[in-house]
Write a new protein. Sequence first.
Length: 385
Amino acid sequence: MKQQCRHKVPSFAWMMNQAQTLVVNLAFALALACVGCQTETTSPPLRPMGSWSLDSLLYSNQTPTWEEAVNMASELARSDARATLHEIGFGDVGRPIHALVLTAKPAPREIANDLNAIDMRLNSQPDSVVRVMVNNAIHPGEPCGVNASLALAADWLSEPDSKSHPLRSASWVIVPQYNVGGATRRNCCTRANQNGPEFYGFRGNASNLDLNRDFIKMDSRNAEAFVSLFHAVNPDVFVDTHTSNGADYPYTMTLIATQADKAGPILGPFLRNVMEPALYAGMKDAFGPMVPYVYSLGETPEDGILSFLETPRYSTGYTTLFGTLGFTTEAHMLKPFSDRVQATHAFLRVLSSWIDVHGDKVKEIRRLEYNRIMDAQKLPIRWRL
């Protein structure tokens, strides 16, 4: 006896419900794909590169795309022999990471664009010249340093060489956009409550890594490129530019200096007693009061405010392992973007002015720190605040 099989015919309401579910799921999948894609199709293009000026970099609510930032740096290098643009490696997205090198002594007419050329450029300057390295857009949603650094470079290159020119006392190596993968994931809204710019990049890189947690472990190609550049430059001073993450307070600029106690008995006192007070005083005169980074224990000041201990997973924690004086600028996210750019620009100028007067002290402190490490029999590797 054959068993008769009957298939229940689905109702029209059931089919409509399934169709709606399918549409919702497809829309969600497409949204996720757009967030993860490495193109700029999700946001309208910014102005053409040629229309960017010092004013538009410093006072607008726009930040350059990755292509625009590289093109700007390339134009600066083509326009003045004191500037050269170099590829230092690749990000996880497969695009190159660049470094703009600014020196008082012009580069040769024919020069390569690799790391060896950076080493040659810097070594051609007098030994007394301080080396400063600036890293921008490690978190591309925090791009005030991109605008500030490009404006600073353009401004300096517009000035003819003279004994008082900032590049006479310091050579500057500027990474326009470090997280090239995140920089190309343009959007308007992944930084909750942030006040501009209109469009910006995404925090994670192409592998969704937070690159400011990747220095000592180097899981990313970005970190490999950074380490290669860092050791080629051997900077005396390092600056990583950021925007804060939500705390509210009156100040536009806050600062993380590499934690003085872990910096050791030579760098630490110099940072705490000499360099930091001078930078705070300089910012007060040039822009307005700057305060230490607000890193709260709880949700209110009554819960306490901590000193930020940046271990070597962070950029300045890593660079301090090699005797470099490290600083992280944290512009306040609730202030207008143009204010944050101007504050970052002011900090870099204050740093430059201070180096112009005290560069010999920086070189001497680093020499003493190098000798201390070379002669040490024991070095602490674990500590707590």
